[in-house]
Write a new protein. Structure first.
Length: 285
């Protein structure tokens, strides 16, 4: 048994081509997820053992909000960097995840953000080809009566300013659009290296998924590349999905479970205490 495990680990480290994506998809679909039925939504969690998903250890948390749910999503932001848990508690939220990208030194958003009709952040640096080159293939999450919709940009560099929605958040890159995996530029470590990841996905029946994948913990939660995150979102049933801020920002809070349920990595400890203060968050009311 020990020899078989060592052989599996050796095969997993030789080349990504040896990853069996068909088998991995079945592991995700058939996993015996720990499911908590909460007030108007579900929390699903699963620990994939070392070498078992993408030849690595992974820990995933998924908030599933059915189309019929009376819960609604909202964006929150502050001029002072604030932990996701504090954003949630301040707004009496049932759940929360981290939002879009921000300047860690200045504390301001670096992607367009509008909350309750007030513009809080804009894309920086402005560029006619990609608005912000780092967030190539970006898109906007627009909230309509607390339900999320993902809107792709048009050719206008300042297109977000013309959107009528009162609550919008630009992030990216897009992962899935109308059931198709969106190709990613493979020349950036942001894409190709494994990191903690946060994403929002939409299923055909109107279900919304908020997903966090922990990372930076060898043998426990190694994180995902963007291409691996795309596959996870597809295997979870999403036909549209977008990447949010990740890395040390990746956090999921559930009030009824007692607080943070994933393993934020900023304290370098595999516990629930390593939250990174962020500029904005997505909360469930």
């Amino acid at each position: 048994m020990i020899l078989l495990l060592l052989l599996l680990l050796c095969l997993c480290t030789t080349a990504t081509a040896q990853i069996n994506y068909t088998a991995d998809s079945m592991r995700v679909v058939d996993a015996e997820w720990r499911v908590d039925t909460l007030e108007g939504f579900y929390l699903k969690r699963y620990q994939f053992g070392e070498g078992s998903l993408f030849c690595s250890a992974q820990h995933l948390c998924v908030i599933e909000i059915p189309a019929r749910s009376h819960r609604r999503l909202a964006f929150v932001a502050d001029t002072l960097l604030t932990p996701v848990s504090a954003f949630a508690e301040r707004n009496n939220a049932y759940a929360a995840i981290n939002g879009s990208y921000f300047d860690m030194s200045q504390g301001n958003p670096v992607c367009y953000l509008r909350v309750n009709g007030n513009q809080i952040g804009e894309n920086t640096p402005a560029s006619p080809d990609a608005v912000n080159r780092k967030y190539y293939q970006h898109a906007t999450i627009a909230l309509n009566k607390g339900r999320a919709n993902i809107i792709l940009p048009d050719s206008n560099r300042r297109w977000e300013e013309q959107l009528p929605d009162s609550n919008i958040m630009t992030a990216g890159p897009m992962l899935i659009r109308k059931g198709n995996l969106v190709p990613q530029r493979d020349d950036r470590t942001f894409v190709t290296r494994r990191h903690n990841r946060t994403a929002l996905g939409l299923k055909p029946d109107g279900t919304t998924l908020l997903v966090v994948a922990d990372g930076r913990f060898p043998h426990q939660a190694e994180g995902l590349t963007l291409n691996e995150l795309k596959l996870i979102m597809q295997w979870l049933g999403c036909t549209d999905a977008i990447n949010l801020d990740g890395g040390g920002s990746t956090t999921m809070y559930i009030r009824q479970i007692g607080g943070v349920v994933n393993f934020p990595s900023d304290n370098h400890q595999h516990d629930h205490e390593g939250e990174r203060p962020v500029a904005n968050a997505l909360i469930l009311l």
